[in-house]
Design a protein. Sequence first.
Length: 290
Amino acid sequence: MTIRHLKVFVEVCENSSITKTAEIMHIAQPAISQTIADIEKYYNVILFNRINQRLVITETGKILLQKAKEVIANFDEFENLAIATLENPIIHIGASLTFGITHLPRIMNYVKQNYPNVQLLTTINNSKEIEQGVLDGTIDFGIVEGSISNKNIKIENFIDDKLLIVCGYDYPINSKITITELAREKLLLREKGSSSRDHLEHLFNLNGIECFPVMESISNQTIIEATRANLGIAVLPEALVRGHIINKKLKSIELQGVELVRKSYIISHKNKKFNNTFKQIYDYCCSFEK
């Protein structure tokens, strides 16, 4: 049973005539009769009686007519929505907090200028949450830092992201410290699950050191302000603190024997199907600073 069967049934009801319905729908008269017969046989009902060479709808037919109209209306609404979505696609991009500040605005501007009909949704969260959104299908693709191990995630290399150890410009500390000395400082860190926190804790674990921050925050800006106030030491993306260092509000500390560089990726579900517009935007993001 298809939507075509229902449309033929409704048209016959409205015209009370197989012949007239055939003319209106440009379908052969025997095909119209066969369609009605198919419906009656499939559901074991009688839709019409022939009285004085006229088709008269039965009480059962009247009940089904109303439902058929509702189904057709819903189908038409679905079809119109599908067409509108094709003409005005919705794309949901996720980004970690760092890339939400440093790169997402550029992507949004590119989409706005080149694909004005695209409805762009964005989510900024820590890398683990963006990864989960991709797995759930609520996010089409994301830009994240850190390791990705889930086999259902497809990854493309993005850019290398450098982390800096920073403190207030007047904070009393040597310009070069060891990993052990860093662990003894008052650490101002992002929340667990964030890439910068995971990266630092991995480094501590490799050296048999436990991490006990005096402050945790989901906001990079909050950590920057606390660091500028000499409340402790932070580990933050270079892109976010470069200006503060230039303006002598923060200073960078060298970690002996260690360069804090983390990989970043564009991630999508391995089963995600891309239409042409989506693929062009995805490819644009993959071409960043290669």
